[in-house]
Design a protein around this ligand. Structure first.
Ligand SMILES: [Zn+2]
Ligand SMILES: [Zn+2]
Length: 340
């Protein structure tokens, strides 16, 4: 770290203590310590990050920029490039909580419609005893008691903590998506697991739009679509050549619906508050069981919460190209992240 001055250390320390920062915020921290705006002095900004990453690589860390796929905004964070999920989350979260996170992550990644989320009711219904056997030779009889006894209330607390720590996020009042920390941290894992990628930027298409033509599964992020089709009269699928459907983002733009974390929902409650209320109702109604049936009135009520808008209109700027920054050796991880 001897090559780095106090300015570099300030940038690293800020990201480590405050967690991932939105590009605008990180730029202003950078301008504060260097006296140069990254927007004007792009090369200086790139050089500083290059220098930081050269040093961080020795200790298996990396300063990374990544897009939040729900709002299209770029965030910067420092990640440990070698640790598995247990090491990343382990200082704060217990093993059952990490298994719970991994199960939610798997459920979101397996969504063939690329909505990038699952309902919080589905998340609360995840059974850890089913997860525990995955990727190991353990049978149900060897499932640790802590997995079997992980209650609905514990799941709800864990969900809230994971959202607060930005490992997960609330995409709507009742849906859970990946947090920006997951996007930044799991980039290597996405790539090494061959998840369907966006046809434009080649990053994992967690939250994306899919071509509606039969036998065509091209998926493109909403913000990449905007960039790709910007100023073009014909909006054609790059693979099958058929007209691209009117996207949800277009409809939202026309209707002016532009959801944010703090925006009030249709009943006037802030989203976070409404999510808490939905989940509290689920817990109260089913406090004698550790399962919420999908056809229950609570489940229907939660489904009705899904009507709100999904994501901010995305920016049309390209993702930051950090390829010239050295990347620490990527660890080979199995599909079962953090398997325990
Ligand atoms: Zn893309
Ligand atoms: Zn197509």
């Amino acid at each position: 770290m001897s090559q780095l001055g106090w300015r570099h250390h300030t940038l690293i320390q800020t990201l480590l203590t405050r967690g991932p920062l939105e590009e605008k915020e990180f730029y202003s921290v950078f301008a504060g310590v260097s006296g140069k705006s990254p927007e004007v002095h792009k090369k200086i900004f790139d050089d500083v990050l290059f220098k930081i990453n050269k040093e961080l690589a020795y200790v298996q860390f990396e300063l990374r920029g990544c897009r939040n796929q729900y709002d299209g905004k770029v965030y910067y964070g420092v990640v440990n490039t070698i640790a598995d999920e247990q090491s990343k989350l382990g200082t704060k979260y217990s093993v059952p909580q990490i298994v719970f996170y991994r199960a939610i992550l798997d459920a979101i990644m397996q969504d063939a419609t690329a909505q990038g989320c699952i309902s919080s009711i589905d998340a609360l219904n995840i059974r850890l005893e089913n997860q525990a056997g995955q990727g190991s030779s353990g049978s149900q009889s060897h499932v640790p008691y802590v997995f079997k006894s992980f209650t609905l209330a514990q799941k709800e607390t864990t969900l809230n903590e994971l959202v607060l720590d930005q490992w997960l996020c609330s995409t709507t009042s009742s849906d859970i998506g990946l947090g920006v920390r997951s996007f930044i941290d799991l980039r290597g894992w996405f790539r090494s697991n061959d998840f369907s990628t966006c046809d434009v930027c080649n990053e994992a298409g967690v939250k994306a739009e899919i071509c509606k033509s039969e036998n065509c599964n091209v998926r493109i992020h909403a913000y990449c679509l905007q960039k790709k089709f910007s100023g073009k009269a014909a909006r054609l699928c790059p693979s099958c050549g058929k007209a691209w459907h009117v996207s949800q983002t277009d409809q939202e733009d026309e209707g002016g619906a532009n959801a944010t974390q703090t925006q009030a929902t249709s009943d006037g409650l802030p989203r976070a508050k409404r999510l808490r209320r939905c989940k509290t109702e689920a817990v109260e109604a089913d406090q004698n069981r550790n399962h919420v049936p999908s056809g229950s009135p609570i489940s229907r009520r939660l489904r009705s919460c899904k009507a709100e808008a999904v994501a901010d209109a995305a920016e049309a700027e390209p993702a930051p190209d950090l390829r010239r920054h050295p990347v620490a050796p990527r660890t080979r991880r199995s599909r079962n992240v953090g398997a325990v």
